[in-house]
Design a protein around this ligand. Structure first.
Ligand SMILES: [Zn+2]
Length: 271
């Protein structure tokens, strides 16, 4: 017998991407299908039809499979699926452009809330599943904005924009699952350990994450509660990150935004 539970899956793609699937009653939404093939294989194996596609930003490893997935659904007689995402000239396949505080009805009584989170790109958005009568654990689909123990590179936006985007995430409930788009955790933890070397929670999580990767297990999703303890980009107001950033910049950094700008630059060249 089928049930009404929403199921969550993460499907690996390329070398280190995760494609996230939200499914109920054999109908599914996909977040950022950079590659359609693993999604189609999964859908065909499970007899799932496409309900919709959620795009966070325009980078190819996030949108590269959108057209192929839409065509697969169409060629299989599926109807009614929708593709939603942010405004960007390279995202041409949308049924609806999303903005701050928009809501996406993904299943009966299950809605995602949209945050505009510029920084990695200027029109990057994130999708948040708040708690509610559905009793699902809150989830954040944050694309390339927040990673486990890291944040996205500033390709288009400023450190100030990234700071405010990450501030949205910090305010979410601690139990919120952080469904980021890449398995970058170990290299992020190496840098985090460099700028926050006395952080016991960080040391503990590094050991755990190493064990997970050694046995080929994903380290994500993590939680907002954990990220607040170990992620240097969410801890720019902490004394330890401030000291590390000032040591590197060789000057006083009067605001957490300047701390973030400094450690983001450090991370860009960190080996
Ligand atoms: Zn990206």
């Amino acid at each position: 017998m089928k049930n009404n539970l929403v199921q969550f899956k993460q499907i690996p793609a390329f070398t280190d991407n995760y494609l996230w699937v939200l499914e109920q009653n054999q109908q599914a939404w996909v977040v950022d299908p950079g590659d359609a093939d693993p999604i189609i294989a999964f859908f065909e194996a499970q007899s799932i039809t496409l309900k919709g596609i959620l795009i966070t930003h325009h980078h190819q490893d996030h949108i590269g499979g959108v057209v192929k997935l839409q065509e697969w659904a169409k060629n299989n007689g599926q109807v009614g699926y929708r593709t939603v995402g942010p405004l960007h000239p390279q995202i041409t396949m949308l049924d609806q452009v999303l903005h701050q505080d928009d809501e996406v009805d993904i299943f009966p009584a299950v809605k995602l809330r949209v945050f505009e989170v510029p920084g990695h790109t200027l029109t990057h958005i994130a999708y948040y599943l708040p708690s509610g009568p559905h009793n699902l654990i809150p989830r954040l689909y944050c694309g390339d904005t927040l990673f486990a123990a890291g944040c996205g590179r500033l390709f288009e936006g400023s450190a100030e924009q990234m700071y405010h985007s990450l501030a949205y995430f910090k305010d979410l409930p601690d139990e919120t699952l952080v469904c980021c788009a890449h398995e970058y955790t170990l290299s992020n933890l190496k840098f985090a350990g460099f700028v926050d070397s006395q952080n016991k929670d960080l040391l503990d999580w590094t050991l755990k994450a190493q064990q997970l990767r050694t046995s080929n297990q994903p380290t994500v999703p993590t939680t907002i509660g954990l990220e607040k303890k170990v992620n240097p980009f969410l801890r720019c107001d902490s004394e330890s990150i401030l000291q590390s950033a000032q040591l590197h910049a060789e000057k006083i950094l009067p605001s957490p935004i300047e701390v973030l700008a400094t450690i983001r630059l450090m991370k860009d060249s960190f080996k």
